[in-house]
Design a protein. Structure first.
Lengths: 315, 519
């Protein structure tokens, strides 16, 4: 109970700080949402009208205060650029991004975990070097490049999907999943590489521990040792990384969504920032911050579940 | 299970390596997509033609309400939805649209329009003279506080009878009629509706807008020109990223891609063709006329002599551009002053002499601020920076975001040099007024009494030939005093599917889809 209160308290403080900083940063960086929307042909009168409508002429603190008050009531305001409520814009896109997260995450787990075990099992110099090169490359290639290459190769050459088209899973489930599959792969590749790097090292380290010898001595075979003992211990750092990854993808895979023209959170955020759409950025930052806080909370719980010696209260 | 997963993992790794040699090979492979699609169609029903078209556009509309909209990117799409009493044709001439005819009184103060017989809105209702009056009063600012246009400030709008409307001006304004290209909309709709589900009289009616994704239009069956438009469904798809738009075009997903970069022309396969032409744009390098050392006309002339415009056109636009000598494109044939474009052909010695006369024998440091989203302008800046080295002018290029450019350069005039393309207008006044000293978007910071006088005189001149003469004189002043380096009117290049015909280039920033058809 005390843990919950503590967590909620720190979550609220974090959100306030984050939102204030976003507001502040937008105050400092150059760029004007009104001209960004209306372009260079707008009349002075039109510009004035838009400034009035969104209260942009008010001082910084007043605007922030107004925003906080309506945010508490659940109203995140209207997007300047799109003339729609911020909550609606975000809600429309969360589903796509969530699907993308689930898909890329399951790929990461399904490929990285068995592969790490395999590599750790047959651990020798050659495999070690090969893994290290492969993971290094996987982590180093920029995801936009992977995305563009995949569009070329699978889209233009093999014609498995049509670049630039997006089919919603609501309209056609199989086709919709196909259009999310390739972006998910592009997101998963660097993540798989990262997980393998950490997990393999952790497993190799654990395999050399004394309790492993004891377990073998007790008559366990490799499988038993691996799944009952080693993996549990090796997973702790991986859980942390996975938590960060989920938050990362759920907060919008900015570049991948751009390359594959997926109407998700990431594309919306890029557009909002480019247009200096205060209220939309503010709402999205709030959303992303909430996600990260939530994921961290979940990671805490999973720690405890994997290793009961870790007490939630002490986290 | 484990094995298959490993296999999958390895496949992914191989794929990563393999795709490394992807682009060059992918280029050579002709996308069979469109051909496949055609074959399929032919098997089923040989006469059936494609009845929808996808057009790639770079940005969202700012407002759907035509009287709130100000961005040219919005106009580009909604030109197909809305019409005013008059509208522009592909040569930039004004033709009657919602009106069937009009006349201007001798002294140039009264404009009388006759409503077109039987013209209908997209909701099926006939357009009444009240709708017309309502629309222009709304633009004037009589209906809502947030819609006000200075263009109708001193204009009286009177309904004469149920077919006739009259606009009375306080003083002659030869550019006034352009304002009547603004949309006529129904007077009996909810105010908010205009921005949610707008209704007009154009060849296409609005269906839906999904932010950051698409704007969908559908053929208006009762359009006043019979047999127009030809294609039933239109989708403007919004691509924030040029390379994604290009790939979608090559994949056959997009049928038409306006503003294809010259560097991408060779990517087009046999399934596509392109149309190129003048777009009535002026690409220029503005030199802030109030900032040292650019306030000295000799320095500005020296920079003009040091820059090789032909070279820029070759290097940046692959030769696809028209050299300019003043702030007017030859697309405005009637108003264009010929022969100015070679005034400052490259002459390094002259440039050096002029710099010496101005006291900058050893050159100086200067910064070009350029909007980073326009690769074309960034490339131009790079060429210019290289060229100015010859006269010891040391250029720093500062690529800034578009919204920053708008605030700092365009509105704030806080810059030394900048490169931008000024999109064309139908009326020469709107093009040349940018240099008038009192104009609030005169970001060149140029001021010249003689120039201001010419612009004011031309505005009240009713004789078309005399007016054209005055604007030509104004162009000469700009060439003489060079508030900017006038570079080129870059060709507008639109890529189309090989069987999509009927495209017409406009001297304004619009895509007219009404005459397109599939062969």
């Amino acid at each position: 109970m005390r843990y919950l209160i503590k967590k909620t308290g720190s979550a609220i403080i974090t959100l306030v700080i984050v939102s204030f900083m976003t507001f502040g940063i937008f105050e400092l960086i150059p760029g004007d949402p009104v001209t960004a929307k209306l372009g260079i042909e707008a009349d002075q009168e039109q510009i004035e009208a838009l400034i009035q409508e969104h209260g942009l002429d008010k001082p910084f603190i007043v605007r922030y205060k107004n925003w906080v008050i309506s945010a508490i009531k659940g109203d995140l305001g209207m997007s300047l650029r799109f003339d729609e409520p911020v909550t609606k814009l975000i809600k429309d896109r969360v589903k796509v991004t969530a699907m993308l997260t689930i898909l890329s995450l399951s790929m990461t787990i399904m490929i990285a975990v068995p592969l790490s075990i395999f590599i750790a099992k047959y651990n020798n110099k050659l495999i070690g070097i090969l893994t290290s090169i492969a993971t290094q490359v996987g982590m180093a290639v920029p995801s936009f490049w992977v995305g563009i290459m995949m569009t070329y190769f699978f889209g233009l050459t093999l014609r498995l999907f049509i670049p630039g088209r997006y089919v919603s899973v609501d309209d056609n489930f199989t086709e919709g999943m196909l259009y999310l599959f390739f972006p998910a792969v592009a997101i998963a590749i660097p993540k798989i590489a990262t997980v393998i790097r950490y997990l393999r090292n952790a497993i190799v380290e654990q395999l050399e521990a004394n309790y492993v010898r004891t377990a073998y001595a007790k008559g366990f075979v490799f499988k038993g040792v691996m799944y009952r003992h080693v993996l549990r211990n090796a997973l702790i750092p991986v859980i942390t990384i996975m938590g960060m990854m989920i938050a990362d993808v759920l907060g919008g895979s900015l570049i991948i969504e751009q390359v594959f023209t997926i109407p998700g959170i990431g594309r919306l955020l890029v557009m909002a920032i480019n247009n200096r759409d205060y209220f939309l950025v503010q709402g999205m930052v709030l959303y992303i911050a909430t996600i990260i806080i939530g994921i961290n909370f979940l990671v805490d719980l999973i720690y405890h579940w994997i290793d009961p010696r870790i007490k939630i209260e002490t986290l | 299970m484990k094995r298959s997963l490993i296999a999958l993992g390895l496949t992914l790794v191989t794929m990563l390596v393999f795709t490394g040699c992807g682009p060059s090979e992918a280029n050579k492979v002709q996308p069979p997509e469109t051909k496949l699609a055609e074959e399929k169609v032919q098997e089923e029903a040989p006469v059936q033609v494609q009845d929808h078209i996808v057009v790639a556009v770079p940005q969202d509309p700012d407002y759907l309400d035509p009287h709130l909209a100000a961005a040219s990117g919005t106009d580009e799409m909604m030109f197909n939805v809305f019409e005013g009493l008059v509208k522009s044709d592909s040569e930039g001439k004004l033709i009657p649209a919602v009106s069937s005819e009009y006349k201007v009184s001798e002294e140039g103060l009264k404009y009388t329009f006759t409503l077109r017989e039987g013209i209908k809105f997209h909701n099926g209702k006939e357009v009444t003279i009240e709708d017309v009056a309502y629309s222009y009063k709304r633009i004037k600012g009589d209906v809502r506080e947030d819609i006000v246009s200075a263009a109708f400030e001193n204009v009286e709008i009177d309904v004469i009878d149920d077919k006739t409307i009259e606009f009375t001006l306080k003083e002659v304004n030869s550019g006034f009629i352009i304002n009547l290209t603004k949309a006529v909309i129904p007077s009996d709709m909810g105010e908010e509706e205009h921005n949610k589900h707008p209704i007009g009289t154009g060849p296409y009616k609005f269906v839906e807008y999904i932010p950051s994704q698409k704007v969908v239009l559908e053929k208006f069956d009762a359009y006043w020109i019979e047999g127009v438009p030809k294609i039933k469904n239109v989708e403007f798809r919004i691509f924030a990223d040029n390379s994604t738009a290009l790939m979608s075009l090559l994949a056959g997903e997009v049928d038409m891609y306006p503003r294809l970069g010259t560097e991408n022309i060779e990517m087009l396969t046999d399934d596509f063709y392109y149309i190129q032409g003048k777009q009535n744009m002026v690409q220029l390098m503005s030199m802030n006329n109030k900032v040292k050392p650019l306030n000295d006309v000799n320095v500005r002339k020296a920079i003009n002599y040091a820059i090789d415009v032909d070279m820029i056109i070759k290097a940046v636009a692959d030769g696809k551009g028209t050299k300019l000598g003043s702030n007017m494109s030859p697309a405005m044939a009637y108003y264009y002053q010929e022969g100015l474009e070679n005034t400052y052909n490259i002459d390094i010695e002259k440039a050096k002499a002029l710099l010496k006369a101005a006291g900058y024998e050893n050159g100086f440091d200067i910064t070009i601020k350029v909007p980073s989203n326009y690769e074309f302008h960034v490339n131009t800046a790079e060429v210019i920076a290289e060229q100015l080295k010859a006269v010891n002018i040391n250029v720093t290029i500062e690529a800034i975001e578009w919204s920053v450019w708008l605030e700092e350069v365009y509105a704030g005039r806080d810059y030394e040099m900048t490169i931008i393309g000024l999109t064309g207008k139908l009326d020469p006044h709107n093009i040349l007024v940018r240099y008038e000293s009192q104009y609030d978007r005169n970001f060149m910071n140029y001021s010249n009494e003689a120039y201001d006088k010419l612009i004011a005189e031309a505005l009240t001149e009713t004789d078309e030939d005399k007016r054209a003469f005055l604007y030509k004189e104004a162009q000469k002043i700009l060439t003489e005093e060079v508030p900017a380096v006038y570079i080129m009117d870059p060709d507008f290049i639109v890529a189309l599917k090989h069987n999509l015909k009927g495209y017409k280039l406009y001297p304004i920033y619009v895509q007219d889809l009404s005459n397109l058809y599939f062969e």
